[in-house]
Write a protein that binds this ligand. Structure first.
Ligand code: HEM
Length: 178
C-alpha cells in the first residue's frame, strides 16, 4: 500500500516538466504581442477612426500652425512631450507598459489636427484611451508642464502656447479619474 502511494507520487513528479521547460507566459495567460515591423507599433483593439475622437474642433486659421513650426515642428513638440513625461519621476510610471511609439504618432496627429495644420487624427477618443489609467489632476498638471517645456524649447510664442492649451483644457474631464 505504502509502496503504491510512493510510486504514484514519484510518477506525478516524473510527469512534471522541469521549471526551465515551462512556458510561463502561457501558464499565466500573458499574451505575446508583436510590434508591426513597418510602424514599430503594437496592434490595438478595433475602433472607429474619426477626427471627432480628437476631442475638439480645430482652429480654422492655419497661421497658428506656423507658430509651431508647421507639421514637422508640431511632431517634434508632441514627441518631446512624451519623452519628457516618460523621464519625469512624477508620472513616468503611468507610461510604463504603454506603446509610446504609437502615442508619439497619435499625439502628434491630435496636435496637428487641432492646430489646423491639415492632419487627420486616427487615434482613439480621450475617454476610452485614458479609462482605467487612474490619472489625477496632479498628473495632468505634470504633463501640461512637460508640454509647456517642449513648446518653450521649440520657441513657440507664449500666446500661441496658450491657444493650444485652451483646446486641451476642456478634455481634462475625460482624462482625470480621481
Ligand atoms: C488633456 C490632456 C491629454 C491629452 C489631450 C492626451 C492625449 C492622448 C492621446 C492622443 C493618446 C493616444 C490615443 C491613441 O493612441 O489611440 C493618449 C494616450 C495615452 N495617454 Fe494621454 N492625453 C492627456 C493626458 C494624459 C495624462 C495626464 C497622462 C498621464 C500622466 C496620459 C497618459 C497617457 C497614456 C499612458 C496613454 C496610452 C494609453 C494606451 O496605450 O492605452 N495622458 N493620450
Amino acid at each position: 500500500m505504502l509502496a503504491t502511494a510512493a510510486a504514484a507520487i514519484a510518477l506525478i513528479f516524473l510527469q512534471q516538466a522541469p521549471a526551465e521547460d515551462i512556458d510561463w507566459d502561457a501558464e499565466f495567460g500573458v499574451e505575446e504581442r508583436e510590434r508591426d515591423p513597418a510602424t514599430g507599433e503594437f496592434p490595438v483593439d478595433p475602433y472607429e477612426k474619426s477626427n471627432a475622437n480628437a476631442g475638439a474642433e480645430p482652429f480654422a486659421n492655419g497661421r497658428l500652425a506656423a507658430a509651431f513650426g508647421g507639421r514637422e515642428g508640431i511632431r517634434r513638440i508632441a514627441e518631446r512631450t512624451v519623452e519628457l513625461s516618460e523621464a519625469d519621476p512624477r508620472i513616468a510610471e503611468i507610461f510604463v507598459a504603454h506603446d509610446t511609439v504609437r502615442l508619439k504618432r497619435t499625439l502628434s496627429e491630435q496636435f496637428c489636427y487641432l492646430l489646423g495644420a491639415g492632419c487627420d487624427y486616427t487615434g482613439r477618443d480621450m475617454r476610452a484611451t485614458h479609462d482605467g489609467l487612474g490619472i489625477r489632476t496632479a498628473d495632468l498638471n505634470a504633463l501640461v508642464e512637460n508640454l509647456q517645456q517642449a513648446m518653450r524649447e521649440a520657441g513657440v510664442p507664449f500666446a500661441a502656447q496658450n491657444r493650444l492649451l485652451s483646446k486641451l483644457a476642456p478634455m481634462s474631464g475625460d482624462v482625470v479619474e480621481r
